[in-house]
Design a protein around this ligand. Structure first.
Ligand code: RBF
Length: 161
């Protein structure tokens, strides 16, 4: 296991038994699409590198991050083993940022606990576009890739129990 882990983007592909049977959902918010598109690609490439079949990646867009928890729940209920929720919230001049960030974080945690399936928080919440770019394949890695690492590691844990 990695120690002092601050960045899961450095994960190398690991042994994942039964990868070809897993069905993984990706829901991506269309707000700040230049960022969320890069996060989504990071997630998709990691899934493929781990042996998830392209036809088993259920990939859908939603208008904004606020819509992610419901879409994630729908995908879990429709048979996905796990879901990666991707969004990018950039703090503006209104309190919307706090309301939406909190709602999405709580909403996704509810999906995890209600469905018993991993629903990863691949949502970056930042003050500036530069900070977003740094986390979408820049100097702080790709948080979409990290969300993909997370759901696969959680499924690995579930399989062990
Ligand atoms: N959605 C995002 O994914 N990222 C944002 O930065 C973002 N900012 C928003 C700012 C305001 C003022 C509003 C009204 C919405 C914003 N949304 C954002 C959209 C939100 O997640 C949702 O799609 C809409 O509120 C409709 O439910």
């Amino acid at each position: 296991m990695a120690t002092a882990l601050h960045n899961l983007s450095d994960y190398k592909p690991f042994e994942l038994a039964g990868a070809e049977k897993l069905k993984i959902g990706i829901v991506t918010a269309e707000w700040n699409e230049h960022i969320t598109g890069a996060l989504r690609e990071g997630a998709r490439s990691f899934l493929l590198a781990q042996g998830i079949l392209n036809e088993h990646i259920v990939d859908h867009g939603v208008p904004g991050s606020y819509e992610l928890p419901l879409a994630a729940q729908w995908l879990c209920d429709a048979g996905c083993d796990a879901v990666i929720a991707i969004g990018c919230l950039i703090k503006g001049e209104t309190p919307h940022f706090e309301y939406i960030s909190e709602a999405v974080a709580h909403g996704l945690m509810d999906v995890n606990l209600r469905t018993g399936k991993p629903a990863a928080f691949g949502v970056i919440t930042v003050l500036t576009e530069e900070q977003a770019l740094d986390r979408a394949g820049g100097k702080h890695g790709n948080k979409g890739t990290e969300a993909a690492v997370t759901v696969l590691r959680m499924l690995q844990l579930k399989a062990k129990l």
